[in-house]
Design a protein around this ligand. Sequence first.
Ligand SMILES: O=C(O)c1cc(=O)[nH]c(=O)n1[C@@H]1O[C@H](COP(=O)(O)O)[C@@H](O)[C@H]1O
Length: 270
Amino acid sequence: MTTKELVAQIQKKKSFLCIGLDVDLDKIPSHLLKEEDPIFAFNKAIIDATHHLCVSYKPNTAFYEAYGLKGWKSLEKTIHYLNENYPEIFTIADAKRGDIGNTSTMYAKAFFEDLAFDSVTVAPYMGKDSVEPFLTFKDKHTIMLALTSNEGAFDFQTKKIDDNELYKHVLETSKSWKNSENLMYVVGATKAEYFTEIRKIVPNSFLLVPGVGAQGGNLQDVCKYGLSENVGLLINSSRGIIYASNGNDFAEKAAKKALKIQQQMKNYIK
Ligand SMILES: O=C(O)c1cc(=O)[nH]c(=O)n1[C@@H]1O[C@H](COP(=O)(O)O)[C@@H](O)[C@H]1O
């Protein structure tokens, strides 16, 4: 998917919500456990109930890998279901990959070609040659960690090197990489006070912003400092939406939560 198509979808739906499909069998309604593929059954119901309120879904691969081959099958079924039924949706494989060049190419093939996701999350720690292989894929997007939502972000990311914080070096340096127009960045919603500085370095890039809901991040603050000319934000919530209820009404309750967020978002879209 092109960035232009993503922006058009945001304008049409008046939403920049990304719903995280982080499925935990201990948290889903017990009646689904009788299904042949409980994870897919859960995802399908959530997607069918919420697709008109969001522009993106982000399965975090850890929640699938934890169930072995069966979990990977559920991930495959989920992405195929999205691509076949809701092709306008921007799909994110939250896998946080990145390795030496030839290995990164294989990761990119796994998520962009085999599974046909629109984007994948990567870690920047191994530098340019670990990320550039992802950037060579046309109309695919690489979402690189910049300033993460967790407490550990202060261990390295905000530490200064040559007078500038490490996350600023990550943003600045990555702009010179080949095909850098295919980069987006992760910035945690819990770090709203940093958005002004981040926008000085990447004024128009899309930012994936997790941490609203369960981690306590605030939508208003993120929008106040993080919006760009093209909206430029994908705000993610996982547990705060998908586990709104663990009864028969789980999908309906998830849609209610998503609607509440979309109603706030629409005020920020011109
Ligand atoms: O890359 C991510 O999506 C990510 C980066 C980050 O800094 N913080 C963060 O929470 N995430 C992911 O975003 C999701 C947040 O989930 P909730 O806290 O349940 O909304 C999880 O899948 C996390 O792995």
